[in-house]
Design a protein around this ligand. Structure first.
Ligand code: 4HQ
Length: 256
């Protein structure tokens, strides 16, 4: 997959994309990521990329011409590339959207700064607007990195040959079950006995129950979307009716 990032701050991308799993994917040639500095496409002497909004008001707006030229330079190489603008006004980003985007061969990600881009950029060039969540960032760069990270996990080979992003269809729609590693006891807290038992069917039932319990208590909205079997539904009711939530309810625990 090829990804071109249009940004005023290309340096922001260098180390996150060089480390760990993404770094390896880039090294292996599974991912080709390029940054394009929008300022290089401002043709005036001072390379101005922003201006005051028509109608007045706070802040600055990114000008249409430098962005248009930057997009056209990438599109000239591949007219079928899909252009995405990162904005809180876009479609909420989730695992399904990440999976769908991973099927594209070439993405162009436009990162806005200030009050965003001139509306004509959207009208003329943008195929899709995506939001990574309901909060306001200082720019689209971090949102682009989140998108690249989640999409890359779906590209075959990125997670290593023995793993795929979605091998277990059941657990996909749920929060993860609790994980433990050595030591078996730490400050009096023990690893659940079933995980030490070697009984694979008991372990798998325990994990399913814990995943359902956690999801029921913390994210009932996710559970509503998951298509559960009768067994899974009864595990969910069991979890919700139990008085012991094992500290899994978010309320009270982490609020300040
Ligand atoms: N911004 N999801 C404002 C975001 C954002 C988000 C990007 C800040 C665009 C102009 N992007 N700029 N949330 O907050 O994608």
């Amino acid at each position: 997959m090829r990804i071109d990032i249009l940004t005023l701050f290309p340096n922001m991308f260098s180390s996150p994309l060089r480390e760990s799993i993404l770094g390896r994917a880039v090294e292996k040639g599974l991912l080709l990521i390029q940054t394009i500095n929008i300022r290089d496409f401002a043709l005036d002497k001072h390379q101005v990329v922003d201006d005051a909004p028509y109608g007045g008001g706070q802040g600055m707006v990114m000008k249409v011409e430098p962005i248009a030229r930057a997009i056209e330079s990438v599109k000239a190489q591949n007219p079928s590339a899909r252009i995405i603008y990162l904005t809180p006004q876009g479609k909420p980003f989730d695992q399904d959207l990440a999976r769908r985007l991973s099927g594209q061969s070439h993405l162009i990600l436009l990162c806005g700064r200030y009050e965003g881009v001139d509306e004509r950029v959207r009208e003329l060039f943008i195929d899709e607007e995506i939001s990574i969540g309901d909060y306001v960032l200082t720019g689209g760069e971090l949102a682009a990195m989140v998108l690249i990270d989640a999409v890359s996990r779906f590209i075959p080979g990125v997670l290593g040959s023995d793993r795929s992003a979605e091998e277990d269809s059941f657990f996909n729609s749920l929060l993860e079950y609790p994980q433990y590693t050595r030591p078996v006891e730490f400050k009096g807290c023990r690893v659940p006995e079933v995980l030490l038992s070697g009984n694979h069917s008991a372990i798998s039932l325990w994990r399913k129950r814990e995943a359902i319990r956690r999801t029921s208590l913390r994210r009932p909205d996710l559970l509503a979307k998951a298509s559960l079997t009768e067994e899974e539904k009864s595990l969910s009711e069991e979890a919700l009716n139990s008085n012991d939530d094992c500290g899994m309810r978010m309320k009270d625990k982490n609020e300040f």
